[in-house]
Design a protein around this ligand. Sequence first.
Ligand code: NI
Length: 178
Amino acid sequence: MAIKPIITVPDPILKQISKPVAEVTDEIRALMADMLDSMYAAKGIGLAAIQIGVPLRVIVMDLVWGKEESGDARGPKFYINPEILEKSEETAPYEEGCLSVPEIYEEISRPAHIKLKYMNQDGQEIIEECDELQATCIQHEMDHLNGVLFIDYLSRLKRERAVSRVKKNKRLADEHAL
Ligand code: NI
């Protein structure tokens, strides 16, 4: 297990389309362990493999961790080759952020309820109804698999501003690291 650096905008890697996983092997489980380590270290609640540079349709999420009432409890979830089977007309807004677009938060509306099909860490096929934060988060992470970021839903001006802010913060952080 290892903490990997998280790729940030405007790195073109984030625009890649990730490929499906043929089989859930120990290698995939090792990748997911690295993804979780990296996500927890960065204090995120979800991460797609492409964010650590691996173009595979693999997502990890933990919506238990980080909540005050759950203390140190963790509830990692693994989504391999996720597909949305159904989505509601009704949408729900959420102030989204992304480890690949650090320190930027914007309200995005997405379908409020979805029916999801995916493989879990044991390679079992699961069909699950999702709503609230889980629905928002899984749709955000699934966008990563298709090279889409939440800032792509913003106006061009807002998006460009967000990317320049991330670049500037990174430059300042690199300078301080010298
Ligand atoms: Ni993200």
